[in-house]
Write a protein that binds this ligand. Structure first.
Ligand code: ARG
Length: 268
């Protein structure tokens, strides 16, 4: 065998091995489902059980929204990174680029839709009034007249309480648990909050607090927010949300967190 033939043979073998390796690697990538092509940073005020909260034992973020956004990320082929953010400032943080989307049990409102774009609704709910169990004087929002009402600042609960005429004081807190605690303490007569967060609080404090007779008195839908004009991401999220609903994954997550106890209707 001439030296040239030997060199040619070595080249052929090396190239063949290279192609084999490449083919093998490529098929491995293609079969690894789904392919993760990046990270999606998502802002959330993680003080809102059962939608988003920190598991005290593991320090992990947990809740309905966390499971939902992870399921959406899985369909999109993106790893979800939750950025824990104070509610007051969660929209500025999105506009500022601290994250590219936010999921935080955020009600789609006309005012917010001036600043951000929302996904299709993913949850239907509304406001309730939380009272100490022995309170018989507050049945409907208008009974809040002359009372001290606790809310989380800048929430739809805050907006609803602010609409009632003659409220003695609206005590605004950075988080909803703080507002609910005021009712338990006796420092506030009532709190106006989202239905399922109230129900979770009542479950944790049996016999101490209850819902006012009126029940759910607003109609609200939660949406995932993106920056205005970020249509590509918004559509991608909508497609993934539709897939998560169609596959039964949405129902699985819903049942995990809410079972059948709730009066809130799932969004269609
Ligand atoms: N749904 C209410 C709103 O949009 C309250 C949401 C508060 N969310 C939270 N993670 N703290 O105003």
């Amino acid at each position: 065998m001439s030296k040239n033939t030997l060199v040619a043979l070595v080249v052929v073998v090396v190239v063949a091995l290279g192609i084999g390796y490449w083919l093998n690697n490529r098929s491995a990538q293609e079969t690894a489902q789904p392919r993760v092509t990046g990270v999606l940073k998502v802002g959330s005020d993680v003080t809102y059980p059962p939608f988003e909260f920190v598991d005290e034992k593991t320090n992990e973020f947990k809740g309905f929204d966390i499971d939902l956004i992870n399921a959406i990320g899985e369909v999109m082929g993106k790893k979800i990174e939750i950025v824990n953010t104070a509610w007051d400032g969660i929209i500025p943080g999105l506009l500022n680029g601290n994250y590219d989307a936010l999921i935080s049990a955020m009600t789609i409102t006309e005012e917010r839709a001036q600043a951000v774009d929302f996904s299709d609704p993913y949850f239907a709910t509304g406001q309730v009034i939380v009272l100490r169990a022995d309170n018989t004087s507050i049945r409907t929002p208008k009974d809040l007249e002359g009372k001290v009402v606790a809310v989380q600042i800048g929430t739809t609960g805050d907006f609803e309480a602010s609409k009632v005429k003659g409220v003695k004081k609206i005590a605004r807190f950075n988080t909803t648990p703080e507002a609910l605690q005021e009712v338990l303490n006796g420092a506030a007569d009532a709190a106006v909050v989202d239905e399922l967060v109230a129900r979770e609080f009542i479950k944790k404090n049996p016999g101490a607090v209850k819902l006012a007779e009126v029940g759910v008195f607003t109609v609200e839908y939660y949406g995932i927010a993106v920056r205005k004009g970020d249509d590509e991401l918004r559509k991608e999220i909508n497609r993934a949300l539709a897939t998560v609903k169609a596959s039964g994954k949405y129902d699985e997550i819903y049942n995990k967190w809410f079972g059948t106890e709730t009066t809130a209707a799932k969004s269609e």
